[in-house]
Design a protein around this ligand. Structure first.
Ligand code: TYD
Length: 204
């Protein structure tokens, strides 16, 4: 059966992953490839609850936060990502369960357990691009671009732990990208990594 490719963009905020995702999508479409751009948290029910929570200073219990991210992902994988892959499309996904491992891991859950459970439920992507940036620089970029604040996730001590959890990920499908460089240099690394998996069998 023909199956597409799942490429996940990960990292702390302000690393430029969303910009790079859009650039990669445009470059791949210019080659005539069928691309789905998506991401988590989604715009669905659970994703909206998460964003609402993130933008206030009222915290929900960490168990509730974790449950919302997982419910959101379950629907997204079932209704959006799964069907696209089955149709042979290339799916570019802004965040996935590696964010749960890093961010909810930094809330005190065991990152190794979160990873194992996520892999068991959702499988493994074809490629994970991890945008590596110092959280302080990331926060500065987030502040500079404006937009809504998410105090739930934008605190430096917390993000240092998140970044450390991302650093500890050791997976065959993971490629680290130094995101502190200019956009063009980062984009070249992104496309080089994508080309290694997209030019393989199956996708044309
Ligand atoms: P983000 O990608 O920043 O969405 P948006 O740009 O639309 O605000 O995600 C919101 C926050 O959610 C981000 O700070 C990371 C956090 N997050 C988790 O804590 N766990 C997860 O599983 C995911 C997907 C995101």
């Amino acid at each position: 059966m023909k199956r597409g490719k799942l490429i996940v963009f990960e990292g702390v905020d302000g690393g430029g992953k969303s910009t790079q995702l859009r650039r990669a999508a445009a470059a791949l479409r210019a080659r005539g490839l069928d691309i789905l751009e998506t991401g988590e948290p989604t715009k669905g029910l659970w994703g909206r609850k998460i964003r609402e929570m993130a933008r206030t200073t009222d915290r929900v219990p960490r168990e509730t936060e974790l449950a919302w991210f997982i419910k959101d992902r379950r629907e997204h994988m079932r209704d959006t990502v799964g069907p696209a892959l089955a149709a042979g499309r290339i799916v570019l996904c802004d965040r996935s369960y590696f964010s749960t491992v890093a961010y909810q891991g930094a809330r005190g859950f065991d990152p190794a357990k979160l990873l194992a459970e996520s892999q068991a439920e959702f499988g493994r992507p074809d490629l994970v691009l991890l945008f590596d940036i110092d959280p302080e620089a990331g926060l500065a970029r987030v502040a500079a671009r404006g937009g809504p604040h998410e105090p739930a996730f934008e605190e430096l001590n917390y993000l240092e732990q998140v970044a450390e959890n991302f650093r500890l990920l050791d997976l065959e499908e993971l490629v680290r990208i130094d995101a502190a460089r200019d956009e063009g240099a980062v984009a070249r690394d992104v496309m080089a990594a994508i080309d290694r998996i997209v030019n393989q069998e199956g996708v044309d």
